[in-house]
Design a binder for this molecule. Structure first.
Ligand SMILES: Nc1ncnc2c1ncn2[C@@H]1O[C@H](COP(=O)(O)OP(=O)(O)OP(=O)(O)O)[C@@H](O)[C@H]1O
Ligand SMILES: [Mg+2]
Length: 212
């Protein structure tokens, strides 16, 4: 999915936190969003994901304004992941259930992604008892499972150990290559952005500068 942002302005009270004249997120590519704390990265992610509708300007998804079918084809993994108070298994299965996939198909997909993420030992755990890093892994698995056209990741590996980072990066790359899904990823890790991203956007004080 291609995202185009035109004349985006976002205020919290009197304070302007985003001021973006024009920005395009290329279809089928992995784009990194970097910038200092408080520069507006999460705010921009929330707006693109459709959960924050309180802004000025235009955002188009493959040329069209946000509607239900676009909304169902994208997902945001939060900086602080939110999981239901159910088993990990049910959390990962949930996006497939909402989209009406039948049970047999769901089981196959969930088992497959649990194996790929190497989180078999988390399967039966209650999601609210997971550690920060475990929650981030489960949240990424839950996001990838329904193969969204647009995947928004807000610092998905900020609490993750090096071995697990490798797994998560491998799965993000696999997702992008196999499904051609567009990815926008916020990271403070420049090495990670070099490993993963085709394009990098730099945000400072709510304004955009391109690198590379
Ligand atoms: N709900 C809110 N109400 C008021 N101000 C907010 C709110 N959320 C964010 N802000 C302010 O907006 C600015 C941008 O915040 P944002 O969370 O988008 O930054 P960020 O780039 O994601 O930072 P970080 O790297 O720390 O995650 C900050 O100055 C922040 O204090
Ligand atoms: Mg943030």
């Amino acid at each position: 999915m291609e995202i185009s942002v035109v004349n985006l302005k976002k205020y919290y009270g009197e304070k302007q936190v985003l001021d973006i004249e024009e920005l395009t997120i290329e279809k089928g590519k992995i784009t990194g969003l970097i910038g200092p704390n408080g520069s507006g990265k999460s705010t921009l992610m929330n707006i693109i994901s459709g959960i924050d509708l309180d802004f000025f300007g235009t955002i188009r998804y493959d040329g069209k304004p946000l509607d239900r079918s676009i909304y169902m084809n994208m997902t945001l993994v939060f900086q602080k992941p939110y999981l239901f108070r159910r088993r990990v298994y049910e959390n990962i299965e949930y996006p497939l259930k909402v989209r009406g996939m039948d049970k047999g198909e769901r089981i196959k997909k969930v088992e497959n992604i649990i194996k790929r993420f190497e989180i078999e030992e988390l399967r039966e755990k209650k999601a609210h008892r997971l550690s920060g890093g475990e929650s981030q892994k489960v949240s990424l698995a839950r996001a990838l499972i329904f193969e969204p056209k647009l995947l928004l990741l807000d610092e998905p590996t900020s609490n993750i150990d090096p071995e697990s980072i490798k797994i998560m990066e491998r799965e993000i790359l696999r997702f992008n290559q196999e499904t051609k899904g567009t990815v926008l990823i916020v990271t403070h890790n420049i090495e990670q952005s070099k490993r993963l991203c085709h394009n990098i956007i730099y945000l400072e004080n709510g304004k955009v500068g391109y690198l590379e």
